[in-house]
Design a protein around this ligand. Structure first.
Ligand SMILES: Cc1ncc(COP(=O)(O)O)c(C=O)c1O
Length: 386
């Protein structure tokens, strides 16, 4: 199988990530904060070590600002539902993933918030003038995907963050597609909260993610309530961070794998990993651009983007391209709307969507060649074959 769907989840994982998970499961993991026996203490230590590493990775000084979640979606729910109050004005970009837009559309439908959408262009880039115009001094929160999971367009988040801060508003960054590929320093950049998934850029197991909470954010309500392992007599969720947000037994093997993933990124170098992925996406882009029947969407070769490309082949439904790639070539790509219908409306590919190809750090040039040849066959065969 040739895996070119790293935008959904990364594969394969570095050896040290695999080894750490196997060791954690084989040795048996206790529940952090629950009990004073050896395994519970060891698990607690491993989680706190990972918390420190995660906080530092995002330029945060205090460990308690790094909250472990179960996914990017979970982190976005925690941030939005914890921060927004009835009657608040909220903005999101026009390329948001369903993990943001579904919550906000539902809140709007329930007349809980006043929601507006900041325009993006046909490549998925945020319209900064529209952001400036729509962000009012009464805007509570602005949610922006750092990079679109449909087009790869990488937003100028320094500029967006400055605009948001000038109006006294708060910026929540969905970093699902950029984490560990584009540096995010919350100590230096105007970002208030960052949501990420471990299983993409950090090469961790699925089922672990995080919410980073910057210094300006106060009054975040717990999104999940339940056991924290301390202050058990309290009728309500205890206030101290990070436990206030981490009710329930956490995903210890997942968090350990995140720690190892971060170590791998630091040792290999975020820039080296990003450059290697960019080199591969360039090979794919150059090849696709040479095929008359192929249309590429999103940023041009010299515009800021992450390593994924959305395209369509004339005469082919995206789903059919995906099926042929999978069934005849054992190549995995993502097709359709990629959980981001808004982005497809923006780039004009709604409702059929696109074929999205996302090579990873471990993808070989030979695998890319096989993919390119397969696409050429379809691009030169304009009638779909079932
Ligand atoms: C931009 C973006 N946001 C959020 C998510 C949700 O991530 P998860 O499935 O880990 O919750 C994704 C996943 O594809 C994404 O690409």
């Amino acid at each position: 199988m040739i895996y070119l769907d790293n935008g959904a989840t990364s594969f394969p994982k570095p050896e040290r990530v695999l080894a750490s998970v196997e060791k954690t499961i084989r040795m048996g993991s206790g529940t952090p904060g629950r009990g004073s026996h050896e395994k519970a203490l060891a698990a607690g230590y491993a989680v706190e070590k990972a918390r420190r590493e995660t906080a530092r990775f995002f330029g945060l000084f205090e460990d308690f600002r790094a909250i472990f979640t179960y996914s990017a979606t979970d982190a976005l729910n925690m941030a939005i539902k914890g921060f927004v109050r009835k009657g608040d004005k909220v903005l999101m970009s026009a390329v948001e993933h369903n993990s943001t837009s579904r919550q906000l559309f539902r809140m709007k439908r329930d007349k809980y918030i006043d929601l507006d959408i900041v325009r993006c262009d046909e490549k998925g880039f945020l319209d900064m003038e529209d952001l400036e115009k729509k962000t009012g001094t009464d805007t509570k929160l602005v949610v922006i995907s750092h990079a679109s999971n449909v087009t790869g367009a990488l937003q100028d988040i320094e500029l967006a963050g400055r605009i948001v801060r000038e109006k006294g508003s708060f910026l929540l960054l969905d970093a699902a597609q950029t984490v560990a590929r584009v540096p995010i320093d919350m100590g230096a950049m105007p970002i208030d909260m960052v949501a990420f998934a471990g299983h993409k850029g950090f090469f961790s197991l699925q089922g672990v993610g995080g919410l980073l909470i910057g210094e300006r954010v106060r009054n975040l309500k717990p999104f999940r309530e339940g056991g924290t392992g301390f202050d058990s007599a309290s009728e309500i969720q205890p206030a101290p961070w990070p436990e206030a947000f981490e009710a329930g037994t956490c995903n210890v093997p997942g968090i350990v794998s995140l720690y190892e993933g971060i170590k791998f990124i630091k040792e290999t170098g975020l820039e080296n990993i990003a450059a290697e992925e960019k080199r591969k996406i360039k090979i794919i882009r150059d090849f696709l651009a040479g095929l008359d029947a192929v249309r590429i969407y999103g940023p041009g070769p010299d515009e800021p983007s992450v390593s994924l490309i959305s395209f369509n082949i004339k005469g082919w439904e995206p789903e059919d391209v995906g099926a042929v790639l999978s069934e005849n070539y054992e190549i995995a790509v993502r097709t359709g709307l990629q959980c981001a219908p808004l982005a497809h409306k923006c780039i004009g590919t709604f409702p059929a969507g696109t074929v999205r190809v996302s090579p990873g750090y471990f993808t070989t040039d030979e695998e890319i060649n096989i993919f390119c040849k397969a696409v050429r066959v379809m691009a030169e065969t304009l009638v779909p074959v079932y």
